[in-house]
Design a protein around this ligand. Structure first.
Ligand SMILES: *[C@@H]1O[C@H](CO)[C@@H](O)[C@H](O)[C@H]1NC(C)=O
Length: 379
């Protein structure tokens, strides 16, 4: 037993040393699950008292190392992965140094659950880099109380510090969102194909989804000023706390689930030739996650541009079916916005109340140049 234990320790050290030296690859960050034992000399019970207590991280403010099953008042705190998570209390933040490639875009995925307040926030940024971006932590999209969220940044140096911060001043210092499973993924930008004007129309390039995750990753509001964790696409929402969900389909590829009805749209803007003939083809389906169209009310997805729109009905049985649909239009502008949104609200048929919706996949936009006659008319 002793030998086995010693070997395990040795292996652990080798793995640690390897991850420390490696640059940010795709997957969990070193101790991104907070499973490594904290330095007890910098801990008071579950409360962190020194900045280096949590291996691989620096922490500031009121941070707690939460064990699954720990109680807070009447509430039992659960942890989605492994046995530990962190709670970021009043003005707390955690930081980790990342080795990255300047100019490259990275998406960061983390799990979070709120504890006391109805609506909590986390903000994320890198140094050097831009201003903090806020992510709203709600509990609407899974039954387990934890959701995965993502965020993206473009590296401006070969070493950056990732910061995740609770911007709220909590009345109760120990209140604040819990965080777990921090992971990273390199995005290569998904350039336009030969014919398809849309970038990443098959949604194969997006944030990291943990193997075996049944819920995917929520993508918050991201407009043209933001770096998108879903290459090529914006998520426009009103209010801006609404999201779409990036999911793995039963077929093993990726798609986007419209979980917020008409409050969040998936949008991409492309260059178009006025007067050309364009055709948008796309798939509407379900993620095979028991999101069933109830009471004879099919799911409805609206695909629109400034020049035409269509509403696709889909009667989901929640088992991963799909239909193919299309929209034809003649662009009147040199820039065209392609917009997908769901017009209804749906929840899973398992009575968990988990929000869900139709998925969009394999979108392509192909345009044929205007004929000489059409060109003359446009002049
Ligand atoms: C609008 O799209 C529909 C569906 O593709 C198509 O049948 C119709 O001709 C289009 N209308 C215009 C004006 O392009």
């Amino acid at each position: 037993m002793v030998i086995k234990g010693a070997r395990r320790v040795a292996l652990f050290l080798v793995v640690c040393a390897a991850t420390r030296a490696a640059s940010a690859g795709d997957g969990p960050l070193p101790n991104g699950n907070f499973e490594d034992s904290p330095d007890r000399s910098q801990m008071d019970g579950s409360t962190v008292t020194g900045p280096d207590a949590i291996p691989q991280w620096k922490t500031y403010g009121h941070v707690e190392h939460i064990a699954s099953g720990q109680k807070q008042g009447d509430m039992i705190l659960t942890v989605p992965e492994g046995s530990y998570a962190l709670r970021l209390g009043d003005d707390a933040s955690i930081q980790q140094q990342l080795s990255v490639t300047p100019g490259t875009i990275y998406s960061v995925t983390f799990r979070s659950a709120r504890t006391c307040a109805q609506n909590e926030k986390l903000s994320a940024w890198v140094v050097p880099g831009g201003a903090p971006d806020e992510v709203h932590v709600q509990t609407l999209y899974t039954s387990i109380g934890w959701d995965s969220y993502c965020w993206a940044f473009q590296a401006q140096a070969s070493s950056v510090t990732l910061v995740i911060h609770n911007p709220f001043h909590e009345d109760d210092k120990s209140c604040g969102p819990m965080i777990d499973s921090v992971a990273i993924k390199t995005l290569y930008g998904a350039p336009q194909g030969n014919n398809n004007l849309l970038r990443n129309g098959d949604f194969e390039e997006g944030p990291y989804i943990a193997p075996g995750s049944q819920y995917g990753v929520l993508v918050p509001h991201r407009d043209e000023r933001d770096i998108s964790p879903l290459s090529g696409w914006m998520v426009l929402s009103y209010p801006n706390s609404k999201v779409v969900r990036y999911v793995r389909t039963p077929q093993g590829s990726y798609a986007v689930e419209l979980v917020a009805g008409g409050e969040a749209a998936l949008v991409q803007e492309v260059d178009t030739v006025p007067g050309s003939s364009c055709r948008l083809d796309f798939t509407v389906g379900d993620a095979g996650d028991n999101c069933v169209a109830k009471d004879q009310q099919p799911m409805r997805v609206q695909a629109s541009t400034a020049d035409n729109s269509t509403t696709v009905e889909y009667s989901s049985e929640g088992s991963g079916g799909s239909v193919r649909a299309s929209l034809e239009f003649k662009p009147s502008q040199s820039r065209t916005r392609v917009v997908f949104c769901s017009t209804g609200y749906h929840s899973k048929s398992d009575s968990s109340g988990t929000r869900c919706g139709p998925i969009i996949d394999d979108a392509s936009l192909v345009c044929a140049s205007p004929t000489p006659a059409a060109r003359r008319l446009l002049r």
